[in-house]
Design a protein around this ligand. Structure first.
Ligand code: SFD
Ligand code: AMP
Length: 633
């Protein structure tokens, strides 16, 4: 086996990840750090310019409250989020993000992001909360501001974070490895922010075989946030709340612009509009069945009912929507011009953020103004920033959070010195790219305050600890190097398991037992129990992962991270004995919502010392009017 050198980096505030939340944290923390003579360091497994979910760009900013123009109030946003999550939301966290998100959007614009404006200079809205952008360079713009704020010399790119560095009960940094060089990194810090995104490819994707690797959310967000916080011993929340997005089938193009901007209908192959025809079903999910917009999972559910009755494929009626919008034109010439404009907007929507969808349209001779496109419910994702809610249980802001939700510093997890934001923090959905950036800013400021106020010192980490973490990190390299010569076919070896096979096994377990696509998103106690048993064997076999090179080493650890996310999910779905989010998953043995017993958060904690899990209920406390009411789209 090769030699791997060890580099120890000392910093005050360590930011893990280089995505939207991380970049928000960096710009805000840089300001406060400068005033206090502190150092801020960022570590990303990729290159910040094009890392994370916004790598390809985006075509909309999905959270803009518009407080400046009095368009909406914070309470409006909280109501919208609470309703969309079937009542399960930390209102203090959502409100805190909502009151800061507009300023992140204004910063993006100042830094050079083109936001569409109308003839009066106002922002063009996609829907009530969403703004249209020319977003192909969104991430580059946000990254540039980050580099300017903390200095490129403080950004470590292509360094994969493996796990947390602990100093007793506080988080004191992280360790990981370069995916390009033989270097093991130990980052010692006074405060650490986890912002390494959500988890993709925990479940078997619809795109397997020929389309393997394709997904809606980025496959390189592989559960590092969940692993890190679990391994640090932090309490986690909403681990059952996976997100199933409806997407253009096979290339995962988002649907928001079609439903909201183009005002398209989705119909079954027979022409029926499930959102109308199936409306009576919503009565079974009150009060949430009555709110506007209909919660995302219930929209999914109504579509799934059509699919289960054999009425598929389901189509986004793009040609109908485009023609309807153009028909408002007063004459033929304006009509033609409008048609061209809409056609280019339709392509731009995907070229800005999901290029593979535009390629699929081209490959299948699809002109959206002429032909409908199939849509389908995708496989489950773990993402605290969109319409899922999984993540760490974090402290709310002092002025809004009730005592049950407050323990000192905004966005600090239940572990001292460990902060979380974006996909990494839970129960505060619908923050998207802009809200994640804003939440990063909130967490970044709080982390600096924590360092200064608590006068935190750098930890002492023994050489033995460093050597043990290093040996654990590179074990897959050793497994492979020691054993690969014993067989002629490197993939087949009794002494190690390559990461791809490991991932396929994890995905199969989750798909079949935890309610994936091929199980029609349905599971039950016996299925979950069996899934847990199989996950136990998988955990044993994780010791035998083998990596041929540094790239495969990253793949090994990504899959270990996914496995922990999977177990947290299975245990939480098992604990919550009801079906609260039909359309995300169904408990066949508890097919109804049970407000009396389960109007609560389900939290869990992994004890790293004993490798045991603890499950608990936490109360949902309302800060705003809890009435289920129209919140608008
Ligand atoms: O319409 C490690 N999102 C959308 N948000 C919007 O505001 N508008 C849209 O139009 C959106 N759409 C959309 C979106 C996402 C995707 C993939 C598509 C379309 C195709 C959602 C947002 O992008 C999302 O909510 C935020 O980006 C979340 O921010 P954050 O910071 O929680 O995650 P990140 O940006 O993905 O960054 C994660 C970072 O972690 C790094 N990382 N670093 C070190 N070690 C490890 N082990 C690591 N693992 C991960 C990553 O490299 C990255 O830097 S629409 O469809 O909804
Ligand atoms: P998506 O493209 O599905 O990620 O959605 C982008 C934004 O539009 C998110 O804020 C969604 O919640 C919202 N959205 C998507 N479809 C609908 C719909 N049919 N009704 C209301 N809001 C929607």
């Amino acid at each position: 086996m090769q030699d791997f050198k060890t580099v120890v980096v000392d910093t005050d505030f360590l930011i893990l990840g280089g995505g939207m939340a991380a970049c928000g944290a960096a710009v805000e923390a840089a300001h406060w750090a400068k005033q206090n003579g502190l150092k801020v360091t960022m570590v990303d497994k990729a290159a910040v310019d094009r890392s994370g979910a916004v790598a390809m760009g985006l075509s909309a900013i999905n959270q803009y409250v518009g407080l400046k123009d009095g368009q909406n109030t914070i309470e409006d946003y909280v109501n919208y989020v609470r309703n969309d999550l079937m009542g399960v939301t930390r209102e203090d966290l959502v409100a805190n993000i909502a009151r800061h998100v507009d300023s992140s959007v204004h910063l993006f614009e100042k830094w050079g992001l083109p936001i569409w404006t109308d003839e009066n200079g106002g922002y063009v809205h996609e829907g009530r909360w969403q703004l249209m952008i020319n977003g192909e360079s969104y991430k580059v713009v946000v990254a540039e501001a980050t580099k300017n704020a903390i200095g490129p010399e403080n950004i470590y790119e292509r360094v994969f974070i493996t796990g947390p560095l602990m100093d007793g009960d506080r988080c004191a940094g992280a360790y990981g490895f370069s995916v390009r060089e033989n270097t093991f990194y130990v980052f010692r810090s006074k405060a650490t922010l986890v912002a390494m995104g959500g988890a993709v490819h925990v479940f078997k994707p619809r795109s397997s075989g020929e389309g393997q690797g394709r997904a809606w959310y980025p496959p390189w967000n592989a559960g590092a946030s969940a692993y890190f916080t679990l391994k640090a011993g932090a309490e986690m929340t909403c681990q059952e709340v996976r997100f199933i997005p409806v997407r253009f089938k096979d290339a995962y193009g988002p649907v928001g612009a079609w439903f909201l901007l183009f005002k398209s209908r989705a119909t079954s192959a027979l022409g029926g509009e499930y959102m109308q025809e199936r409306r009576p079903e919503l009565e079974n999910w009150l009060p949430y069945g009555h709110v506007k917009p209909v919660p995302a999972n219930l929209r999914n559910y109504l579509m799934m009912l059509d699919v289960m009755e054999g009425k598929g494929p389901i189509y986004m009626r793009t040609e109908e929507a485009i023609k309807k919008l153009a028909e408002a034109a007063p004459d033929e010439k304006t009509y033609k011009k409008k048609m061209k404009e809409l056609e280019s907007e339709a392509w731009e929507d995907f070229l800005d953020m999901t290029i593979s969808q535009a390629i699929l349209w081209a490959a299948t001779n699809t002109a959206p103004e002429e032909k409908s496109s199939e849509i389908a419910a995708a496989e489950p994702y773990f993402i605290g920033s969109h319409s899922g809610a999984s993540g760490a249980w974090v402290s709310g802001p002092e002025d809004l959070a009730p005592p049950e939700y407050f323990w000192g510093y905004d966005n600090m997890s239940t572990v001292k010195g460990l902060f979380c934001a974006g996909d990494a923090s839970g129960a505060s959905s619908h923050k998207f790219s802009s809200g994640s950036h804003a939440e990063g800013r909130i967490a970044g400021k709080a982390a600096i305050r924590y360092i200064v106020k608590e006068n935190v010192a750098l930890p002492t980490i023994s050489d033995e600890t460093v050597e043990a973490l290093k040996a654990e990190t590179y074990k897959p390299i050793k497994n492979f190097a020691d054993n690969s010569a014993s067989t002629t076919q490197k993939d087949v070896n009794p002494n190690y398991l390559r990461p791809k096979m490991f991932m396929l096994r994890l995905q199969k377990i989750m798909d079949e037992y935890a309610g994936g696509v091929s199980a029609q998103f349905t599971t039950s106690k016996p299925m979950l129990d069996k899934g847990l048993e199989l996950l136990t064997f998988l955990r044993e076999d994780a010791e035998k992962l083998g990596a041929e090179d540094l790239h495969e080493l990253m793949r090994c650890w990504e899959n270990v991270h996914r496995m922990y996310q999977a177990e947290a999910h299975v245990r939480t779905v098992l604990f919550r004995e009801e079906t609260r989010w039909p359309g995300y998953y169904f408990r066949a043995d508890y097919p109804k919502m049970d407000e009396e017993n389960w109007h609560c958060f389900v939290n869990c904690r992994f004890d790293p010392a004993t490798a045991t899990w603890e499950m608990m209920k936490r109360p949902i406390l309302h800060l705003f009017r809890p009435a289920a009411q129209a919140a608008g789209s």
